[in-house]
Each structure stands twice: as structure tokens, then as C-alpha cells.
Design a protein around this ligand. Structure first.
Ligand code: SF4
Length: 260
């Protein structure tokens, strides 16, 4: 059974949530023209955002962190997306010297030995390349949703990150059903690993399938406590601040992909 078979149900208010996400993206693309990027993990949420950006021809770049540890299916998806939409995905890789030094010192499986080593691996494979992705940009888009975990339960649509950039999470109020209903309705390409019970896909050594009823992110760093399960890309909402120029809630009912 595919993820679409399992999850792609229409839910009340879906069309309004699509319209609101589009309005947020349009407004941010206009305000930050040429200086805004979608930081895509190529997960289901980011595929929805990619489709919205391409469908509405929004001037928002798309970048992903090619950590050197991604699944072959994820790398293949990046190519498929480029062909499907006729766009280019920026691939931001870690500094080779840092990776070689880290692996020599701690081994290729260091992430399993301590939270500190796992976070050090994330720092050099994700955080440093993310800073290069965001350099010169004043806004970034993420696929964060409140439903994903307790730690993300209060994600705002808009906040200022720790460097003062606008951080936009247009799908903050979307459900997992919303995501898959959109993917099914618009034939959005997606990672086949989602069909193997991996709702949240990261690096291969740090992702596994989950069981029915488990938390969305329980397959990520499954050997750690729940409160440690972030890689540092998304610092908590203490800095959150409303950006009043952007729409708080669109109400139009004629959004692209509207469904019952
Ligand atoms: S998710 Fe795992 S492999 Fe990927 S950067 Fe973090 S610790 Fe390293």
C-alpha cells in the first residue's frame, strides 16, 4: 500500500490552507525577490512547497543539503524533480576536509555513540552547508508542521531566525492528510521511501521505518531521547515574531488544488 493510499484523504479546510500557503509564499517572494530560498529535505512537505513554487512561478530558489549520507532514492528524487519541473536544485555539500577529519577521528558510525558526536556530525554535514545556502539571503522557507512532533507544536507561519532572517513555514497548520491529499491531487513526485513507512526522511544511517501509531519523527535518531531529536537546523521559537506585511490567513476558496 502506498503513502497516498494510506493518507491522501480530503479534510475540511484543505482548500483554505492551500490558499493561505500560496498567499504567504507570494508575499514573501515579492518582499524578498532574489533573496529567498526553500531549504528542502526533499521530504513530502518540501515536495508540496516545490510544486507550489513551480506552479505559481514564484522567484524562490530551491536548495538541499547533500550531506553525503542521503539515501539513493533521495538523490534520485532530486534529479526527478529537476526534470519534472524544469528547475535546478542547489546542492550544498559539507566541506570535504572536515568530513574526512571527523570520520578519521571518530569513525563512520560516530552518530550512534553519543548525542554530542551525532550533533557534531549534523553540524558539519548540515548546519555549516545550511549557512552557506542562506548566505546573502534574507528569507527562507521550510516545510515544518506543528503536527510533526511536540517540539514543533508551536511553529509559527513566520518568525525571525537567530540571524534575523525571515523564516517562513507555510504548511505550519497542515495535517499529514493535507500533505498527501495535495501530492495525490497534483501528481507531485515524492520519495518512494514514504511508501516504506518513513514519514520523515533524513540521512540513511539516521532514518528507519516507523510502526503504526508512532510519532512522525520517531524514525529519526531513534536511539535518542525525544527532546534531543533535532539536528539544529530549526532553533526553537523564542525568537518568533510576526511579520505584519504578510497575510495571516487567506480565505479564498479558489486555491490551486482545492478539494472537498
Ligand atoms: S542525520 Fe546522521 S548522518 Fe546525517 S548529518 Fe546528522 S548524524 Fe550525520
Amino acid at each position: 500500500m502506498s503513502a497516498i493510499d494510506l493518507y491522501a484523504r480530503a479534510t475540511s479546510g484543505h482548500a483554505e490552507r492551500v490558499a493561505h500557503a500560496v498567499a504567504l509564499l507570494q508575499s514573501a517572494a515579492s518582499e524578498h525577490a532574489g533573496r529567498i530560498v526553500l531549504a528542502s529535505s526533499l521530504g513530502a512537505e518540501d515536495m508540496v512547497l516545490t510544486d507550489l513554487i513551480a506552479r505559481h512561478r514564484l522567484p524562490i530558489a530551491i536548495g538541499t543539503l547533500e550531506t553525503g549520507k542521503l539515501h539513493a532514492q533521495t538523490l534520485a528524487l532530486a534529479q526527478r524533480v529537476e526534470q519534472h519541473y524544469g528547475l535546478t536544485i542547489e546542492l550544498h555539500r559539507p566541506q570535504q576536509e572536515s568530513v574526512v577529519h571527523f570520520v578519521r577521528q571518530h569513525g563512520d558510525d560516530a552518530m550512534y555513540r553519543s548525542i554530542e558526536l551525532r550533533k557534531a556530525c549534523c553540524a558539519l554535514r548540515k548546519l555549516e552547508p545550511l549557512q552557506r545556502m542562506l548566505a546573502g539571503r534574507t528569507a527562507w522557507v521550510t516545510g515544518l508542521r506543528r503536527e510533526q512532533s511536540d517540539a514543533r507544536g508551536a511553529v509559527p507561519f513566520l518568525e525571525a531566525d537567530e540571524h534575523g532572517r525571515t523564516k517562513l513555514s507555510p504548511l505550519a497548520d497542515w495535517s499529514w492528510n493535507d500533505v498527501w491529499h495535495y501530492i495525490a491531487t497534483h501528481q507531485v513526485p515524492y520519495n518512494p521511501l514514504h511508501d516504506e513507512f518513513m514519514p520523515s526522511i533524513g540521512c540513511e544511517p539516521c532514518t528507519r521505518a516507523i510502526a503504526v501509531g508512532e510519532d512522525f519523527r520517531s524514525g529519526r535518531w531513534w536511539w535518542e531521547r525525544d527532546d534531543a531529536k533535532e539536528c539544529g537546523l530549526h532553533v526553537g521559537g523564542a525568537q518568533a515574531s510576526a511579520v505584519s506585511a504578510l497575510p495571516r490567513r487567506a480565505t479564498t476558496k479558489n486555491a490551486q488544488g482545492a478539494s472537498a
